[in-house]
Design a protein around this ligand. Structure first.
Ligand code: G2I
Length: 553
């Protein structure tokens, strides 16, 4: 949403919203003191997510700990937007987006992509294009960004179009609409489907949580698009709420009418801001809003889950946008859970005491086989779990690289002649992880061409019955480092080795093998080293050694 449009909500609309205020009397559900948010959500087949800010995700341990342990879903707060991913035409940057996906991967979280086509945070170069060029740019962007994770099942859904409506239900006069007309919406969905046939494709907006002109326009558009076979799979209610306005009217009925259209509903950006300083009544009201939003989602099979727009008041868009308002999230600025946390927790908790906290058993029997220069097969024995094992994390040199469903996998993309240590651990639906299995050590094979070497020898001096070969130059001709080399060559008949340096050479006649010393075996790509040897020969026999062949290890 653009900041100005949000600030300039006409007073009449605000009053209308306030008019929807109802006394909120919900019986508190049983609270259980233990259990993460995600353990309760997972036990009910839902997600509870957060919007990730890349700065603290990279830098703050407290942020990472909460993000990784409390949530099973994530949306990048800014890192997947157009200005972040394609700031200049055809110059893509996925640094922040990859960081968010990697963290999600490591913590068994699903990712919602946000957002492809939005009037805000889209660079000027797009906004200035003609209709035809803009459609092409939109198609390129969608296919590149969605395509990046098309084969990554954790990136499961996308906000394809974001905030396309005005409050009265008319279409926003964005540069998209102005350049391309209304068809840009259907086109965006079709381009996204082409880029990832398996992704769930959403239309997302704010002030559509209750039944009102805007949500009805959204309802009508979704119905119409689906009738035209435009692939709209899901509707996002942002749910940026404020305690000074009434709770969205007919929220559960609104979910129900979208559910009847056959689309998934998601709460995509939940927060509840308070005019500061907050008093107790406002905090209570905030808790009630959190409870009601989460409850409404839990009670509809069409609602997949709830994403909170951040989690700590330390990082929230609210104070930057609404002067004098804040404290909208569920942890305070020092990462302590607020009463709003308990509200969300208890709404997720259906009374199941504590949710599932029991980890799966530790996988055993980890075995490596079929080692090549760049891959290895791992297999292990299945773990067991009270609520069911959902997958196994593959741990390479201490870091989780990916998660697989079965009890074997082929790890690819390894470097030749390199030592690795692998372990696995099991996960369950509530996000509990087992201890790591015993490790297995693997050294990959030398690469064919990837770590090759060459050897050439030069006769330096000679005399009647002898000569010196110096240097024999050994070069790493491959693209990766080698840790040793072996040179074979053939001495002419009747010649015999009498001395050697910088290599150990045997036997002393015929086909001989020279091996590196401890100090000259390591060669980076393109690097060389030398060795030499001395030979005695029948007087005047000027034949020279031949057939130099180098093998890297
Ligand atoms: O405005 C709240 C949300 C409404 N729905 C769509 C969401 O994508 C939107 O998120 C907010 C982010 O929470 C803010 O963090 O979108 C804003 C942009 O419109 C984000 O703010 C921007 C600032 O405006 C930029 O100055 C800043 O460089 O965040 C950027 C990255 O920190």
């Amino acid at each position: 949403m653009s900041v100005p449009s949000r600030r300039l909500v006409p007073l009449a609309v605000l009053t209308l919203f306030t008019g929807f205020a109802v006394a909120i009397v919900t019986a508190p559900e049983p609270a259980s003191a233990s259990g993460t948010l995600r353990s309760h959500a997972a036990a009910r087949g839902k997600f509870i997510g957060y919007a990730a800010a890349t700065g603290p995700l990279a830098n703050e341990t407290a942020y990472r700990n909460i993000a990784g342990s409390e949530f099973n879903q994530v949306t990048a707060e800014n890192a997947m937007k157009w200005d972040a991913t394609e700031p200049q035409d055809n110059q893509y940057n996925f640094t922040g987006a990859d960081q968010v996906v990697a963290f999600a991967q490591a913590n068994n979280q699903r990712v919602h992509g946000h957002t492809l086509v939005w009037h805000s945070q889209t660079p000027g170069w797009v906004q200035g294009l003609s209709g035809t060029a803009m459609r092409t740019a939109m198609q390129d962007h969608i296919s590149r960004v969605v395509g990046r994770w098309a084969n990554d099942p954790i990136v499961e859904s996308w906000d394809v179009v974001n905030e396309v409506f005005n409050e009265d239900g008319s279409l926003r006069q964005s540069f998209w609409l102005n350049a391309m007309g209304q068809s840009y919406i259907a086109d965006a969905f079709r381009f996204a489907r082409a880029a990832d046939p398996d992704a769930r494709l959403c239309i997302n907006d704010y002030n559509v949580e209750g039944i009102n002109a805007k949500s009805t326009a959204m309802y009508n558009l979704v119905q119409q698009l689906r009738a035209q076979n435009v692939p709209v799979d899901c509707v996002g209610f942002q749910a940026h709420l404020a305690v000074q306005f009434g709770f969205p009217g007919q929220y559960t009925q609104n979910i129900a009418r979208f559910a009847a259209l056959g689309v998934q509903v998601r709460i995509t950006e939940l927060d509840v801001r308070i005019p500061l300083p907050a008093d107790q009544a406002e905090i209570t009201r905030q808790n009630q809003y959190y409870t009601q939003i989460v409850d409404g989602c839990m009670q509809s099979t069409a609602c997949a889950g709830v994403t909170i727009w951040g989690f700590t008041d330390r990082y929230s868009w609210v104070p930057d946008t609404f002067q004098g308002e804040g404290q909208a999230l569920i942890y305070d600025t020092n990462y302590s859970p607020k009463p709003a946390y308990t509200a969300v927790h208890d709404a997720l908790d259906d009374g199941d005491p504590g949710g599932d906290t029991q980890p799966p058993t530790t996988p055993t029997g980890l075995t490596a086989s079929g080692v090549t220069s760049n891959s290895v097969n791992l297999s292990w024995t299945a773990s067991t779990d009270n609520v069911g094992v959902t997958g196994y994390d593959i741990i390479r040199n201490g870091t989780v690289t990916n998660t697989v469903a079965g009890t074997s996998t082929t790890v690819t993309g390894l470097s030749p002649s390199t030592a690795y240590q692998f372990a696995v651990r099991a996960r369950d639906a509530a996000g509990n992880t087992s201890a790591n299995s015993a490790t297995v050590n693997v050294t990959t094979q030398p690469g064919s061409g990837g770590g090759g070497c060459s050897a050439t020898g030069t006769v330096q001096t000679q005399w009647g019955n002898g000569y010196v070969v110096q240097p024999v130059t050994v070069t790493n001709t491959g693209t990766s480092a080698i840790t040793g080399w072996t040179v074979t060559l053939t001495l002419p008949s009747g010649h015999s080795l009498t001395g050697q340096w910088n290599a150990t050479i045997s036997p002393t006649s015929g086909a001989v093998t020279a091996r590196n010393m401890s100090y000259n075996g390591n060669l980076g790509p393109g690097q060389s080293t030398t060795f030499g040897f001395q030979v005695s020969r029948p007087n005047g026999n000027t034949a020279v050694p031949s057939g130099y062949t180098c093998t890297a290890s």
